[in-house]
Design a protein around this ligand. Structure first.
Ligand code: SF4
Length: 320
């Protein structure tokens, strides 16, 4: 299967007064057409940096310092801002967390969707755009007549759905969900991800879904990549990563989350703190927190490589 999106050794850092914050380094991810990849890890591990790098919407100080982002056969890294405008929305769209902040509170939700359609497809008439906005509402399970409502008239879950409708306004090929629904309760969060999964099947979309909750990703995506301190440390089929995690960090991450369906077990947290990415630990960045740390872990950086279980990849010396 051809990849619709692939990052090759993507390295994005933030310039600060104290030096470069090494937020994402040597990141390789691959999403095939019609596939969903889940990207998991603790807050601050670089997941959102990867998403913002793909769209080239990094905050001030953020710089792509190396690597490639191949979307539909084109490397996005050297593209100008004008060229990127043609890729955003029509090629790749993003749904951020915090639906209230992402919408203009003084404009009707329908107006915001119509504006998105007409900005990216100026030939579409106003009447057609409103018709499309209503259809998008229907697609995401909101009564089409509510296009005339303001954001504050929607519940949190509806706002999140409306944001997804807005992201789909220009018929993108690729959708990024950055912690969609995280600020909402678990039921609405699960409904949002179910909606994304349904839309993927109905529209043939490809997706990158970012979350700190591995169990949600396992239900939504075919593949999962685990990120720790700016690096991908494990990658494979969702079922394989979730049921038989190989990297000590992934094992800790799974043990730290309660299972609603499974047996009741005592939750354990991963000892220590995520590292300061201004000065990450040498070699394996997980070494100060790892219960299996060996001498080699502090000297040699383990590459993401074969684990002996098909396509399941891991960056850990336990599998050398
Ligand atoms: Fe632990 Fe070493 Fe594996 Fe890193 S490389 S996760 S420190 S065993």
């Amino acid at each position: 299967m051809p990849a619709i999106l692939e990052t090759q050794n993507l390295t994005t850092n933030y310039r600060t007064m104290r030096g470069w914050v090494r937020a994402a380094e040597g990141v390789n991810i691959r999403v095939e057409k019609g596939e969903a990849l889940g990207l998991a890890g603790e807050s601050g591990c670089g997941k959102t940096t990867v998403a913002m790098s793909i769209l080239k919407i990094l905050p001030q100080g953020g710089t792509i310092r190396g690597g490639k982002i191949i979307f539909d056969g084109t490397d996005l890294v050297p593209l100008s801002e004008n060229e990127m405008r043609k890729i955003r929305w029509k090629g790749i769209a993003i749904v951020f967390q915090g639906a209230m902040n992402a919408m203009n509170p003084v404009l009707k939700v329908g107006d915001q969707i119509v504006e998105a359609i007409r900005t990216h497809e100026p030939d579409v008439s106003s009447k057609e755009s409103w018709e499309r906005a209503r259809k998008l509402f229907e697609l995401v399970g909101i009564d089409p007549e509510r296009v005339d409502n303001y954001p504050h008239e929607f519940s949190g879950g509806m706002r999140q759905r409306a944001l997804i409708a807005m992201a789909l306004a220009a018929n993108p090929k690729f959708l990024i969900g950055d912690e969609p629904g995280t600020a909402l309760d678990v039921i609405v969060q699960a409904q949002t991800l179910k909606l994304m999964r349904d839309l993927r099947e109905r529209l043939g979309l490809s997706m990158l879904v970012i979350s700190h909750d591995l169990s949600i990703l396992a239900e939504t995506c075919e593949k999962i990549a685990i990120m720790y301190a700016g690096r991908i440390v494990e990658y494979g089929d969702a079922e394989s990563v979730f049921k038989e995690p190989l990297h000590p960090y992934t094992q800790g991450l799974i043990k730290a989350f309660p299972s609603i369906k499974g047996e009741r077990i005592r939750l354990t947290s991963i000892p220590g703190q995520p590292p300061d990415l201004l000065r990450p630990p040498p070699a394996c960045r997980f070494n100060p927190r790892c219960p299996y740390v060996m001498d080699i872990c502090k000297k040699v950086d383990p590459p993401l490589g074969k684990s002996g279980r098909g396509d399941h990849l891991v960056a850990c010396h336990l599998y050398d």
